[in-house]
Design a protein around this ligand. Structure first.
Ligand code: 2HG
Ligand code: ZN
Length: 479
């Protein structure tokens, strides 16, 4: 146990959160000390699980007084090691899991006030019960919690229509690094009052404070939803299909997702119950979802019409339209289980990148050539949110290769992919954030005034550097 985290310090924490709120047994703290992919393993003397914002604030205040660093953690679904404590065992993990109340939903204002520990799935269900839609959907939504989702500004499947998590945030409650509570839980659509502080915390990945509650903007619930899975011969065809839907009724596209033939094979191989609804396997697949709150909009007929024409024109090789809620869920499962299937297949190096939508085909083609040249036998598995230009350009270890050797090549592989991303004015971090994986890329991609400004903001809000150290910003200050 590091010097500062003494038994008496832990007693003071216990006095705030009670026995239920403090885990110190290594068996209990172990799951909080590593990420779900087991790429990052840290150690922590304790996991603190406050039940209220006041408790959480008191814990952070105590940590500030004793100079103890804090790692905020929600559902621990980070793809970039953003919620894992350091190896030296000096950092406390602060879990928001017990702060899981929906405080209010207002279907007239179309807002929901919700605590950090509510899972995204539970938040969606609560919004639906009130006749609204929380239009944020990510593969890990059953586990990911609102606090973490906002802290990383998650994107997900519906960005093409509704934007990213930050576009849904009207207000925030945040515990600051000195333990003070900032109550910014306003639910106004218009509020021009100086710097937009809430957007500073959204995407800060817990390095500036801990989001404890939020007011989210809701959308009208859809009355009609139509989903299809289409086989296509090339990514260019997927883009052509996207532009056809845009030309027909751009406002009805709620998701346009790309998958590769290999990625689909992994899902069919590793995920029980997964089956392909189209007859012929294809080099790539598109999942298109149309949705509308308008009554009698005829979405299904529109979907059928566009797909029939695309089949005639040879853009689509095969297509299956969901006929029931169960079929819709089965098609979505093929897409959402991609990460899990890749994990079961072996080690993978992830590149969560984005390029302009029109450049997705060229990016995938060129990045594939570059990676295969760098590492013969590597298995390229691009998939993701084609409708907003965010591709998960993932690479699976060559068959029969050593996983540790493969993972040790991650910087070379990521740099190779990023060279292509740069050619198309893309981003090296589209929706998963920076975490512990990508701070080394920041000087190269965000160097100069931008990084210096970020470091000045960090120094101003968290001068002692106790909030999620080692994440987002590189170690060496460039002030
Ligand atoms: C998704 O879109 C997630 O399913 C995970 O962002 C992506 O595993 C990945 O790389
Ligand atoms: Zn994604």
């Amino acid at each position: 146990m590091p010097d500062a985290v003494t038994p008496s310090f832990l007693d003071s924490i216990r006095a705030i959160v009670g026995d239920r709120g403090l885990l110190t047994d290594p068996n209990d703290t172990a799951p909080y000390s590593e990420d779900w992919r087991r790429l990052y393993r840290g150690r922590t003397p304790a996991v603190v699980r406050p039940a209220t914002t006041r408790e959480l604030a008191a814990v952070v205040g105590l940590c500030a007084r004793f100079g103890i660093s804090v790692v905020p953690q929600g559902g621990n679904t980070s793809m970039v090691g953003g919620a894992v404590p350091a190896e030296d065992g000096s950092e406390l993990v602060l879990s928001t899991a017990r702060m899981n109340h929906v405080r209010a939903i207002d279907p007239v204002d179309m807002t929901m006030t919700i605590e950090a520990g509510v899972t995204l799935k539970a938040a969606q269900l609560a919004a639906a019960e009130a006749g609204c839609l929380l239009p944020l959907s990510i593969s890990s939504e059953g586990t990911a919690q609102i606090g973490g989702v906002l802290a990383v500004n998650a994107g997900g499947n519906n960005t093409v229509r509704y934007g990213n998590a930050r576009d849904m945030v009207l207000g925030l409650e945040v515990v600051l690094p000195d333990g003070e509570i900032w109550n910014g839980l306003r639910r106004l659509r218009k509020d021009n009052t100086g710097y937009c502080l809430r957007q500073l915390f959204v995407g800060s990945e817990g390095t500036l404070g801990i989001i404890t509650a939020a007011v989210l903007k809701l959308a009208p619930a859809p009355r009609e939803i139509a989903v299809a899975l289409c086989g296509v011969g090339a990514v260019e065809d997927a883009l052509a299909l996207f532009t056809r839907f845009q030309a027909h009724d751009a406002a009805s596209i709620s998701a346009f997702e790309l998958m590769s033939g290999l990625g689909m094979q992994f899902v069919l191989r590793h995920i029980p119950g997964a089956s392909l609804p189209v007859e012929t396997p294809a080099p790539f697949y598109v999942l298109v979802e149309l949705a509308t709150p308008r009554p009698n909009a005829g979405l299904r007929a529109m979907l059928e019409g566009v797909l029939e024409q695309a089949l005639t024109d040879g853009i689509v090789s095969d297509a299956a339209i969901a006929e029931s809620e169960a079929q819709r869920a089965a098609i979505w499962k093929l897409r959402e289980e991609h990460s899990e299937a890749q994990k079961r297949e072996g080690a993978s190096i992830k590149n969560d990148v984005s390029v302009p939508v029109s450049k997705v085909p060229a990016f995938i083609r060129e990045a594939t050539v570059a990676c295969e040249a760098l590492m013969p036998g590597v298995r390229v598995v691009p998939f993701g949110h084609m409708g907003d230009g965010n591709i998960h350009f993932n690479l699976e270890q060559p068959e029969g290769s050593d996983a540790t050797w493969f993972l040790a090549q991650d910087h070379a592989v990521m740099d190779t992919v990023n060279e292509v991303v740069r050619r198309y004015d893309g981003s090296f971090s589209a929706e998963h954030g920076i975490g512990r994986l990508k701070p080394y890329m920041m000087p190269d991609w965000r160097g100069g005034a931008e990084l210096a400004l970020m470091q000045r903001i960090k120094a101003a809000i968290d001068p002692a550097g106790i909030m999620n150290p080692g994440k987002v910003l590189p170690e060496e200050p460039a002030l």
